[in-house]
Write a protein of this length. Structure first.
Length: 390
């Protein structure tokens, strides 16, 4: 199974059309085993009554099979008892049809095995799948022993393979839920940190402003000069508090490249795009402004890939390079998509270019042979020229 299929299995459907497409893909592929019963009904030596009964039995069997698996892939699966009743009904129908219409119908046990592997819990599936094989052999002894033995290995392999697929889906869904929980906990922790920092920054200043305001009010009638001094102190404290808040907010708003790389991995995975992203880039000695500019570049690039490119694969790389102007840190984001509308750079890339230029960096973005590539470069060491311009 490919990485794209694993991602698709574990991700929630984006819309109703996507949901039906996934169901048809993972359920309809097994309908190939209906070719033998259908061919037998069309060309076999059966009476009219037997043919009608065969079509009716086959329709009921397929309806039960599809309803069971479709509901299991949805948000409201059947209750446990009803699941057991449906699987027993499938096994009974396969047995009756096999005994009455011949060995061409033994392939129906493949569907019984698939249903057991996908729907039932793992421990129960390990018993019911071999039980399905035993039932197949017993019916084959009355119809066609060689055909039953040929199908036995296929029935067992398909059933146990579906248990693996089912476990993969369950594990992927649980990991996705755990990731969402971790993200929520991280957001809550960030809110608490913000609240603590604001309390530490403003608590003392606001208390001092309140105290000096009360003093100024009491001094104003008899000592206006001292009251004026208190008002001057209030102004100084409030200005300092404003500076502290601005510095704190600037720190909160400055993105970090490592955090953006992790966010890019989550965003691309959620969009069903296979990604290759470095985990821990080398940022030793890189100025904060340069790192922040690259983080903004990565955020803009990933947003474009997810929303506009239609890509199936995206590669992100962060490398150091030595140039004539000194060492630079280069971020490259390359995908195999269409590259957007092709109507020139949008507002996002224009603003990103301006942001990089403020740090002494550059931006190159455009179509390549198999997709679109964005490359952002920033100084990897503090630049005295940038400092003097600031």
């Amino acid at each position: 199974m490919t990485d794209e299929q694993q991602i698709m299995l574990g991700q929630p459907a984006r819309n109703r059309r996507d949901l039906w497409r996934r169901k048809l893909l993972w359920i309809g592929v097994w309908l190939v085993f209906l070719s033998s019963p259908v061919h037998d009904l069309l060309t076999g030596d059966h009476s009219t009554g037997g043919r009608v009964a065969g079509w009716l039995g086959l329709a009921v069997f397929v309806a039960l099979y599809l309803s069971l698996l479709f509901r299991n892939m949805g948000e409201t699966p059947y209750p446990t008892k009803l699941i057991g009743a449906v699987i027993v009904s499938l096994a009974v129908l396969a047995t009756v049809l096999g005994l009455t219409l011949g060995s061409a119908w033994l392939g129906l046990y493949c569907y019984v095995s698939v249903a057991c592997g996908i729907v039932l819990p793992l421990r129960l599936a390990f018993w019911t799948i071999p039980g399905t094989g035993v039932l197949l052999v017993l019916v084959g002894l009355r119809t066609d022993e060689d055909e039953a033995l040929n199908l036995l290995l296929l029935v067992l392999l398909i059933g146990f393979a579906m248990t693996g697929v089912s476990q993969l889906v369950r594990t992927t869904v649980e990991l996705r839920k755990a990731r969402a929980t971790v993200a929520q906990l991280a957001a809550n922790e960030e809110r608490l940190r913000l609240a603590r920092d604001l309390h530490d920054l403003l608590g003392h200043s606001l208390s001092l402003i309140t105290l000096k305001s009360e003093l100024a009010g009491r001094m104003l009638p008899d000592h206006p000069d001292k009251a004026a001094q208190q008002v001057a102190d209030i102004e100084q404290v409030s200005r300092q508090a404003l500076v502290d808040v601005r510095e704190a907010v600037t720190g909160y708003r400055r993105p970090r490249l490592a955090a953006e790389l992790a966010g890019a991995q989550v965003a691309l995975t959620a969009a069903g795009i296979t990604s290759q992203i470095p985990v821990e880039p080398d940022l030793d000695g890189v100025p904060e402004d340069s790192e922040s500019a690259l983080a903004w570049a990565l955020r803009e690039a990933i947003t474009n890939v997810v929303r506009h490119s239609g890509a199936a694969r995206c590669t992100v790389d962060v490398v150091r390079r030595q140039t004539l102007d000194g060492p630079v840190l280069e971020l490259s984001v390359e995908d195999d998509g269409s590259g957007g509308s092709g109507k020139g750079p949008g507002n996002g890339l224009t603003g990103l270019t301006e942001r990089l230029e403020k740090t002494g960096g550059t931006l190159d973005a455009g179509r390549v042979k198999h997709g679109f590539r964005l490359a952002a470069r920033v100084p990897a060491a503090p630049s005295p020229h940038i400092g003097s311009r600031a």
